[in-house]
Design a protein. Structure first.
Length: 101
C-alpha cells in the first residue's frame, strides 16, 4: 500500500478506520479503530493512547476507511513514516498529492 485508504461515510460497522488527530500542542497522532466516534471520545477523555493523554483536547482532522484490520495497520504504518508536511497535505486535501506531497 503506497497510498492511504479512501474516505467513506462513518457507519460501516464492518470496516476499520485509519485516523489522524491534531493535539492541543499542534502535533499529529495516527491510529486505527473500528469505532471512530467512540475512539475519539476515549482520546479526549484521557483513555486513548498514552501520547494523546497529556495533549488534550484532540481534534479529528482526517479519517480513511479500509475493509479490514490488516489493511488499517498497513495504512497506519505507511502514514507514520511520512513527514509532517505530507501528513498535512493529506489533511488539507483528503488525499496525497501525485508527487507524494
Amino acid at each position: 500500500m503506497d497510498e492511504p485508504p479512501r474516505t467513506a461515510p462513518e457507519g460501516d460497522a464492518t470496516g476499520w478506520w485509519i485516523y489522524l488527530l491534531r493535539c492541543r500542542d499542534g502535533t499529529l497522532y495516527c491510529g486505527v479503530t473500528n469505532r471512530l466516534a467512540e475512539r475519539l471520545r476515549a482520546h479526549n477523555a484521557g483513555r486513548g493512547a498514552r501520547y494523546t493523554r497529556g495533549r488534550r483536547p484532540v481534534e479529528l482532522v482526517w479519517a480513511g476507511w479500509v475493509p479490514d484490520r490488516a489493511a488499517a495497520l498497513r495504512g497506519e504504518a505507511l502514514i507514520k513514516r511520512w513527514s509532517r508536511a505530507r501528513k498535512m497535505t493529506l489533511v488539507r486535501r483528503g488525499r496525497p498529492t501525485a508527487d507524494g506531497g
